[in-house]
Design a protein around this ligand. Sequence first.
Ligand code: OAD
Ligand code: ZN
Length: 249
Amino acid sequence: DDLRFAARVIREADTAVAMTGAGASTASGIPDFRGDDGLWDRHDPDDFHVSRLDRDPGGFWRDRLALHDEIYGDAIEPNAAHEALADLESTGHLDRVVTQNIDGLHVAAGSEGVVTIHGSGQRSVCRDCGRRVPAEPVRERARDGELPPRCEECEGVLKPGVVLFGESLPEHALFEAQSLAERADVFLVAGSSLTVEPAASLPRTAADRGATMVLVNLERTPLSDRAEYDFRADVTDVLPRLRDAVVTG
Ligand code: OAD
Ligand code: ZN
């Protein structure tokens, strides 16, 4: 069946790259953005635009904190999808995971080659001097009423270490992701609506260069027609079975 064929393509690839989106973490209790009951149904993405941070840094941080606590209220842990990708890497079948997620769950599951193209929720960055500091103590200060929290070096406004709307992607990570897309023989996308650029251009680039595209997503995506394998199913179901099929050959 399709799963076995996709597994064989992965096993025979010289370079296999995975890209994940919010759907990889929903089974860990983190809502996605555009799926059923996604975050952007309940919140206005404009509130989290970088221009809001310029205009109204205190309000930005208040809303951002509320969003953070809504999403990460309970302790989160990696799920079977993260684990399957980590296993594919440790058994030598997957080169890298490019992720749009900021939750750190691929690293928590043991993946080593993680490229975080939308930054990390574990860091805050000073907008003036660029200093990076651990995010949780900064959030704690904001919870205690320091709105906006400021850099202890230069008093600049701190920014979450994630890519905000209106910002460009971290150059180094984007460059690495693009070169992976260019040399991948297999490009596996798991749990992404593939509607946000430039992330969505990565599987397109890979396909243009002849990579086999494997999609695993509950819903159809704009690239579904170009995918050799289009599993319209839960990542926590498909990825462990795919791993088993790849590893046991
Ligand atoms: P989206 O919320 O746009 O898409 C997640 C996709 O995963 C949806 O199509 C869901 O149907 C699907 N999905 C949800 N749970 C699933 C599951 N268990 N198994 C399979 N599929 C599932 O999230 P992203 O594509 O990651 O950007 O969104 C990209 C970017 O938009 C995010 O990184 C974020 C957001 O605005 C920034 O914050 C810069
Ligand atoms: Zn500073």
